[in-house]
Design a binder for this molecule. Sequence first.
Ligand code: SF4
Length: 303
Amino acid sequence: MKGRIFDIQRFSTHDGEGIRTTIFLKGCPLSCVWCQNPEGILFRKRPIYFENRCIHCQTCVKRSHAGGVKIQDGSITLDIDAKENWNDLIDWCPAGALEMDSKEYEVEEVMQEVRKDMVFYKHGGGVTLSGGEALFQWEFALEILKQCKKEGIHTALETSLYTKQEVLKKVLPYLDAVFADFKAADDKKHKKYTDVSNRKIKKNLKYLLQSEKKENVTIRTPMIPGMTAFKENVLEISRYISGIYPEVSYEILNYNPLAESKYHLIDQEFCFKENPKLYSKEQMQEFKNWALEGGVKHVIIES
Ligand code: SF4
């Protein structure tokens, strides 16, 4: 079985306990306007252009037979829908400025990468499946999780929970930790900012927080200025999750201004014309207070 992966990050410290190997699976049913990994949304494999590596030799323009690479005002632009032999163009580029955004892996190939960090897993680390939405390729994700458990490796999943409940039931036995997003309590806002309704997500949250793994679940909300970072949203989310499981862990994530740079790679516009800054410690504490007011006892904040 093969799966499409757009990154394998070693020595990661933000995706669960200890030092972790995070596997980013491609494809996501959501399109959050602030997405941190916009290159992971589209399941399709596509070429990307790194302007900072380009030496402007124009080899790619000369070798392009189908109009896939053009030069406009001195800048290279890609038309990913053109019937171009992208692998050839990538090989011709002398500067490594063109690359495919993802690669197909067999489960064993993923495990070979994972085993390189085995030494860290003995001291509290493990493997985290992320994305995109890791469960978009759930059969592949399940096989990786099963193999990790066979080899005694701690497993975690970062998910939007926008998946069928049967899928969740299948993967849950092989997971030691789950980080599940609940971004917007208001369904209209959820649709506006992520492209999908939150109904399926709320049902899955309920299932998760009533399951025998509920102690190993963390619900997360990213604080996006003007979109999710307001009192009513944090209050409603907190009421909903603590109403299901009063001991629930809830993590409020600070806004990440660094995501903006990735949008240039895939020729998409970022949701903010002027990129907001990280929230201060005081602002994060205020968000925490809203969550406590909403009934959550265990609130984690990142500064
Ligand atoms: S071949 Fe590579 S280095 Fe040359 S212009 Fe194209 S992208 Fe830039």
